[in-house]
Design a protein around this ligand. Structure first.
Ligand SMILES: Cc1ncc(COP(=O)(O)O)c(C=O)c1O
Length: 411
């Protein structure tokens, strides 16, 4: 049982130093960097710097050898046969739209919640975006609304795995098959996320990934198009990669080789590809480590125990737990019912008097994740309710969180 005093001590199952060794209690500093440095994004190490400087010194920024290596390695990660670097995610989407054959008069169904580049490049081809609603629980495109938006002009559906949450791909692929539509996955928020065990970006006909600096896979500015369909790949190549036309094999494209069909230049700067190769080497490990839950253990409990004056607002935000359908969704998505799936180190900070996230639920999560063989740091504040109101507790939490990240993410 963790400490429950006004001077809380983190209880860890890892072989962390005892709390008396924490710097905040007078022990030696474990983390020398400032907090701001720890949360700086992207993670750029000397390995990234060296890879970029090598390209600069060799003067090969506009060549394609390193980009092709990056494409091959990316293909191994996603599982796709054909992969094509682009200067940004927006360009990769335009290439993919041309790749699937979107053109004048066609309609592209897109989620209504996303960044503009998910849909708007289709307008450069004379196609029209048609917006479909999103689902309440996943905030991804709603398959039922896709069906309602299909007309005889619809040619493709672009979906976004929004904020890392995969779309309902089984339903979307079934609609696409039935209506003979192409599916483009915009994976700019979900590099490495899996849907029912399948890698996102390897489910639809073609996938696009933004790799700009704030994405979880950052290479400065960059984008990737990934597909298993040779025709889509070659069309995207013919659209904007004049220097690689020699790769074309399709009889209707080969005679056109020479100038890009789109009148655009979609070649990436190789400094970004070089950084991409280094980032990819470490990426699977980076997305494995570090889960920090200071949130809601079960949405039903949370809403039930929320003070009446703010409950309506929360129900509008999250959904109404009294509705049987919504209750089912909450049961399905709540961390309490998914703890057995957490296979990363976990940090739980909990107030003992919190009625909305009861410590009993937090303890069930802690027990389950420890049962998965993961290190769990459990910090129970005896004198807190929901959130950290007392400065000493907030400061202690901050120090413990930094130590947690140091041990489980950066080391
Ligand atoms: C969902 C989504 N799609 C596409 C893009 C466009 O990518 P880029 O900025 O690399 O052109 C972004 C963001 O930048 C995005 O968030």
């Amino acid at each position: 049982m963790p400490a429950t005093t006004t001077q809380p001590k983190p209880s860890t199952s890892a072989s962390a130093s005892s709390s008396s060794q924490l710097a905040i209690l007078g022990g030696p500093k474990t983390v020398e960097s400032f907090d701001a440095d720890l949360f700086k994004w992207p993670i750029v190490t000397e390995e990234d710097e060296k890879a970029v400087i090598d390209v600069l010194r060799a003067g090969t920024m506009s060549q394609t050898n390193i980009s092709k290596q990056f494409e091959g390695e990316w293909g191994q990660f996603i599982g796709t046969k054909f992969n094509l670097c682009h200067p940004n995610g927006t360009a990769s989407l335009l290439g993919a739209f041309f790749g699937v054959g979107l053109g004048r008069g066609d309609e592209l169904i897109s989620p209504s919640l996303t960044y503009w580049a998910t849909a708007m490049p289709c307008m450069a081809l004379g196609a029209t975006p048609v917006f479909a609603d999103i689902e309440k629980d996943s905030i991804c495109i709603d398959p039922a609304d896709i069906e309602r938006r299909i007309t005889k002009r619809t040619k493709a559906i672009v979906v976004v795995h929004y904020s890392g949450h995969p779309c309902d791909m089984d339903a979307i692929m079934a609609i696409a098959k039935k209506r003979n539509l192409k599916v483009i996955e915009d994976v700019s928020h979900a590099h490495g996320a899996r849907y029912k065990g399948k890698m996102t970006g390897n489910i639809g006909d073609v996938a696009c990934f933004s790799m700009m600096a704030s994405k979880s896979f950052p290479i400065g500015e960059g984008g990737m198009l990934s597909t298993n369909d040779r025709t889509i790949y070659e069309r995207a190549l013919a659209f904007g990669h004049y220097e690689r036309m020699g790769e074309l094999t399709l009889p209707d494209l080969r005679p056109l080789a020479g100038a890009p069909l789109g009148g655009v230049k979609h070649r990436i700067n190789q400094t970004a590809s070089a950084m991409g190769r280094v980032q990819l080497k470490h990426y699977p490990q980076r997305i494995k480590a570090g889960v920090d839950i200071v949130g809601i253990s079960h949405f039903g409990t949370f809403l039930n125990n929320t003070e009446s004056y703010r409950r309506d607002l929360r129900r509008a935000e999250y959904g109404d737990e009294r509705d049987a359908k919504m209750k089912k969704v909450f049961d399905r998505i709540s961390p309490l019912n998914n703890a057995s799936k957490i296979t990363s180190p976990l940090f739980v900070a909990q107030g003992r008097n919190d009625p909305r996230v009861p410590y009993t639920e937090a303890e069930q999560i802690v027990k389950a994740v420890r049962g998965n063989g993961q290190p769990v740091w459990y910090l129970l504040y005896a004198d807190e309710g929901h959130g950290f109101q007392k400065k000493a507790n907030a400061d202690y939490y901050g120090a413990a969180a930094i130590l947690f990240w140091q041990r489980n993410l950066l080391d």
